[in-house]
Write a protein that binds this ligand. Structure first.
Ligand SMILES: C[S@@+](CC[C@H](N)C(=O)[O-])C[C@H]1O[C@@H](n2cnc3c(N)ncnc32)[C@H](O)[C@@H]1O
Length: 759
């Protein structure tokens, strides 16, 4: 990491080099920034505060303000060539084009950063706000799309001064930059595509599609469509090739929509829809397949693509109708039949909340997690004046294990998934990478779907202001249409929303990911953002449990709930003493102090438990603390003895004892492992059944509680305990299993208990 002083020097050098347009110096500095970026995995760290906040928005706003109103796309050939030295700062150079070559490797987070060399050899930083980048291949794709050596043309260039006083060319719409691909730069014929017929442009698009370059394919299909439109504006006799195409009349006259080659245009729209689908840009795929169907309502692939786009948008009912229409044209088509089946299943899931997931939770399914629809069960978002907060509440009485909601993530990033720089160890670096990758993905994704943006607009952000707006529940349900959401959401707010609401598997939010954790709680496996679950508040005695299958989050009740009860999950490990839970909540920067009954009780017991808590804290995370035979383990076990002594003195009620014992579960666990070593004192350690009951009161649905119950059920059986004892232990394990995995068939629960007993 650079010191502030080094950063200052780098900034100074950058300012000078950018003003002098000095190629060597700029290239060196660019690489330095890029290396820093790779080392820290976080380019936010490379900028000053002012630079970080809303830089892209500010630039976009400036660039938009200076933009011509017409939005007419002028062909490159009609624009006047301009060079870097001729550019004036903060002015859009109307009617001009700057040709150049990208001369370094690009890097980016929310915008692409690279260097462009113009025809005179002058060099400038180039920043591109590219909404079309495929977020799923973010790191690699940017290097391919903006590859070193690529020839580009920037229409109506806009030069800006960045907050750090460096100069940069800024491109804020995809129409303003043409990537002339890897083709050699030919000054006399600037665009290699400009001479191609529409049909050839589509063929080129197909070539890119086959290479899985979805962005490149979209670009060429768009060019194909544009070309057909151009030919409408400047009618000329059709080429022999175009005339041969099906759909064009023999004398070259146009169809009723005016295209001379309607089939080519129809196929370009249809193929572009397929490419949008690959980028999970379902709205655009739906629009394009619709355009294709206007030109040929019987084009099977377009109907199929429309169905898939509707499915992607969770409009399952309409998707089913569309696939059924497709089957009228091709009754035996397997792909369509399968797609119809998937949409029907999702439609039923979203209405009834019935999911068959046992194979996935049992781990007996080879493939990836199955696709599940969103589902909104008996819950609503409400502002509760008495609690002083907004949250999720049940709308009817609910049984243990009942499904409350199913939510597919806006996005999830995984340590071993798309992240190219998997980092092991407790450095916290992988956490940073996860956070930044999620931020990047969400910047792109949120801006792509009005529905997601609308959902996101209701979430709280890091500003911590009380928010009493309650979105309609329909906004989270499949098959619902919603009013088009046209407001812009500043990137800085999206960032705040992500940092405040993204969750990892343990419940920590993204905001605190960079802080030191308790030992053994350093690295995450995944980090994601889910819309409806973001409204769930925390409790140290939670009543709901999250289950993650792939990117889908299932939430079910882990206790019986009464209509109107608030749904809560624990943002921290509930089997910890109050000071450790508080420390985690503070580290995670959730910005609140839990005032639940359990916290208040433990606060009262703070003094008598102080020394025990300190010792447990010191031993926490040490493997030796929980493995019989180690002195640390015996030390941990002795804390349970001391605790029982304190409880006898200060906690007369069973409920109080249950809450506190659960907080020190780890000490009791060691005590059970070391019973022989505790001698006569062992008798004051409560029986395991008592401990299971206590855990059930505090954290039903917790995996450790289930392990503990399953372990003892098996142990009692193995030791030949009485039938009553064994049955009672099995019943408790069943109950905890249902609260953790939701309602499942009895044999599934039994298998899960067996798996948990094995650790
Ligand atoms: C993921 S959001 C939960 C939903 C949030 N209440 C809302 O209105 O969108 C997390 C934020 O909710 C608030 N919160 C969650 N649990 C809370 C609790 N037990 N007491 C007070 N505030 C809580 C905190 O402001 C926290 O940063």
């Amino acid at each position: 990491m650079m010191s502030a002083e080094e950063m200052g020097v780098l900034r100074g050098r950058l300012v000078k080099a950018s003003q002098a347009m000095d190629k060597e110096e700029l290239m060196e500095l660019h690489r330095l920034r890029m290396r820093q970026y790779e080392d820290t995995g976080n380019d936010w760290e490379l900028m000053g505060e002012e630079e970080k906040e809303g830089m892209v928005e500010r630039l976009s706003a400036k660039a938009k303000a200076s933009r011509r109103g017409s939005g007419v796309i002028v062909p490159l050939e009609e624009l006047r060539r301009i060079t870097l030295v001729e550019l004036t700062v903060e002015k859009r150079h109307e009617g001009c084009v700057l040709y150049g070559t990208l001369c370094v490797e690009a890097f980016f987070l929310s915008y692409v950063q690279t260097l462009v060399e113009d025809e005179e050899g002058k060099v400038m930083t180039l920043m591109i706000d590219d909404p079309e980048l495929d977020c799923d291949s973010s790191w690699g794709k940017v290097k391919i799309r903006y590859s070193e050596g690529a020839k580009i043309a920037i229409k109506e260039p806009y030069l800006s001064t960045l907050p750090d006083k460096t100069l940069a060319l800024y491109v804020n719409t995809e129409d303003d930059i043409s990537i002339l691909s890897e083709m050699p730069y030919l000054p006399s014929d600037v665009s290699p595509w400009s001479k191609l017929e529409a049909a050839d442009l589509r063929t080129e698009g197909n070539r890119f599609f086959a290479k899985e370059d979805w962005v490149g394919a979209i670009d060429l299909y768009s060019k194909c469509i544009m070309k057909s439109m151009e030919s409408l504006r400047t009618p000329k006799s059709p080429s022999p090739k175009a005339r041969k195409k099906k759909g064009a009349t023999a004398n070259g006259s146009t169809n009723k929509l005016g295209f001379s080659d309607p089939e080519t245009v129809m196929l370009a729209y249809s193929n572009r829809a397929a490419a949008w689908m690959k980028l999970r840009h379902f709205e655009k795929a739906l629009l394009d397949s619709g355009e294709a169907l206007k030109l040929d309502p019987t084009h099977l692939k377009s109907i199929y693509r429309k169905g898939r786009a509707l499915h992607g948008l969770q409009q399952y009912e309409q998707a089913c109708e569309t696939f059924q229409n497709a089957l009228l044209l091709s009754a035996q088509d397997k792909d369509i039949k399968n797609a119809l089946q998937r949409s029907k299943t999702c439609d039923l899931q979203s209405r009834l909340g019935l999911y068959e997931i046992s194979k996935y939770i049992l781990g007996t399914c080879d493939g990836a997690a199955t696709e599940c629809s969103d589902y909104v069960g008996p819950v609503e978002i409400k502002w509760r004046e008495d609690l002083g907060r907004r949250g999720l509440f049940v709308t009817k009485d609910v049984d243990v294990g009942e499904l409350l909601l199913v939510s597919n993530a806006f996005s999830v990033v995984r340590v071993d998934g798309t992240n190219p720089k998997k980092v092991e160890g407790p450095s916290g670096r992988s956490n940073k990478l996860l956070r930044d990758e999620l931020l990047f993905k969400l910047f792109n994704l949120a801006l792509r779907s009005p529905k997601w943006l609308h959902q996101m607009s209701f979430l709280t952000d890091t500003e911590g202001q009380k928010d009493d707006r309650c979105p309609p529940m329909d906004l989270f349900k499949p098959n619902q249409t919603w009013d088009s959401f046209s407001h812009d959401m500043p990137l800085a707010r999206i960032k705040g929303v992500v940092l405040q609401n993204a969750l990892d598997e343990s419940g920590s939010c993204a905001r605190g990911l960079l802080n030191n954790r308790l030992p053994g709680e350093n690295n995450r496996q995944f980090l994601g953002l889910w819309a409806l679950p973001s409204f769930i508040n925390h409790s140290c005695c939670p009543n709901a449990v999250r289950l993650h299958l792939g990117d889908t989050l299932f939430l079910h009740a882990s206790r019986q709930l009464e209509c109107g009860d608030e749904v809560t999950i624990s943002y921290v490990n509930p089997l910890l003493p109050l000071p450790m839970r508080l420390e985690l909540l503070v580290q995670d920067k959730w910005g609140f102090v839990c005032k639940c009954q359990r916290c208040e009780l433990e606060m009262r017991f703070r003094d008598p438990l102080k020394h025990i808590c300190k010792r447990v804290y010191d031993l926490w995370g040490m493997k030796e603390g929980v493995v019989a035979g180690y002195p640390e383990s015996l030390d941990m076990a002795k804390n349970a003895l001391k605790l029982e002594h304190q409880l006898k003195l200060h906690a007369p009620y069973l409920h109080e004892r249950q809450l506190i014992r659960t907080s020190y579960f780890i000490a009791y666990w060691s005590a059970y492992l070391n019973l022989d070593q505790l001698g006569d004192h062992a008798s004051i350690i409560p029986r395991p059944e008592t401990m299971i009951d206590a855990m059930n009161v505090v954290a039903p649905g917790d995996s450790v509680a289930l392990f503990f119950a399953a372990y003892w059920a098996k142990k009692f059986e193995d030791q030949g305990a009485s039938k009553t004892v064994v049955k009672d232990a099995q019943k408790k394990a069943m109950y905890l299993c249902k609260s953790m995995y939701g309602k499942q068939k009895a044999d599934v629960l039994k298998r899960l208990i067996k798996a948990h007993a094995a650790g």
